[in-house]
Design a binder for this molecule. Sequence first.
Ligand code: PMP
Length: 438
Amino acid sequence: LNVLDANDRVPDTADAMRFDREHVWHPYTSATNPLPTARVRSARGVRIVLEDGRELIDGMASWWCAIHGYGHPELDAAARAQLGRMCHVMFGGLTHAPAIELCRTLCEMTPESLEHVFLADSGSVSVEAAIKMALQYMQADGQTKRTKLFTVRGGYHGDTCGAMSVCDPDNGMHHLFSGLLPQQIFAPRPDCAFHEPFDPASLDEAAHILEQNSEHVAAIIVEPIVQGAGGMRFYHPHYLKGLRELADKHGVLLILDEIATGFGRTGKLFACEWSNVEPDIMCVGKALSGGCMTLAATLATRRVAHTISADGGVFMHGPTFMGNPLACAVANASLGLLRTTDWKTRVNNIETWLNESLAPCRSLPGVADVRVLGAIGVVEMNEAVNVARLQEFFIEKGVWLRPFGRLIYMMPAYVMARNEIGQLAATVFEAIQTNRHR
Ligand code: PMP
């Protein structure tokens, strides 16, 4: 009760917000010139409630995560039940039911060849684990020259150093950290849109670059089908299929980063199903816990795991909060919900509604492209948008969207209704029509 009281108390909103502005670092912001920030009191279903009582329809699902909406009773109940047992216990030498159940479910849900699960505490850490697995695999296999990663431009895999090294080199991170980041091998971004006939040119180029460097490459790492934070582009399933074939041809591993795409977002349970390929290593996160707890996982095939473990080898990673029981319990509830609801119909419906409601944006001046895949809708502008101005307009209109670069995009909870999708899209239309993006 005391905790509830403390959270509900709003002694001085202005003072709290001043403190936030002056001392609290938000994602990708300046400490001295931060972007405007809204204060949230609570979140329920597809709505975020601000401190002043205004309700916003949330088009972001907290960056792909909250697929069932906020405050789902089954997820909350799972957290409460687990709180009564234990919040956390170290995972070295100890295990517990929530983690075992989660790993079993992940083995069942993910592509068949993935049999070993490493529990990580964020998406970026699961990518670090995947990279280290690939390198350890090659070391254990005696292929010690294979120390590089092969990836494509336009990708995003997280903000830790290993993950950053395979993000798009033009996203501003590479030059800042160039003294620290390992140099990886990049192919051009897949230039073959999902909804268009397949153009093999960029795959051919990737094949050529890999061919020239293959003796040094441990793994190919990509986001399957959707390049998210690197540009919200959807590429053709044939491209991913081609990468799988190239990986096999050159004896390198294929790491798929399903952190954003996993658990139904693209209309398939995992985006790799569009191409009918199975990875050697796969990262999942974000929606894994229904967006409630920080949790991710790296899965590997038997071949990868057993090669690393041969001759007394151990996998060299072990975060303090690995296998956090509270996070696992909530994830179990979230995956249970996903398995028992008709998420596919919901995502297909959202795809239809996004297509119909975003279509009018196509004819607006300044709009370069409108694209939809599953429960992802993107309006790409010709020029970078004014995020602060747009955000203010969106809040005024009762929606929550967070544009970046040239992109105004949405990835709502799967439980969003048609009229709510319509309201998000109509607000985007009005914002562009009335020039709020400038
Ligand atoms: N990979 C992809 C594809 C992502 O979209 C993200 C998060 N935006 C990450 C990795 C990193 O995950 P996290 O922010 O949980 O570290």
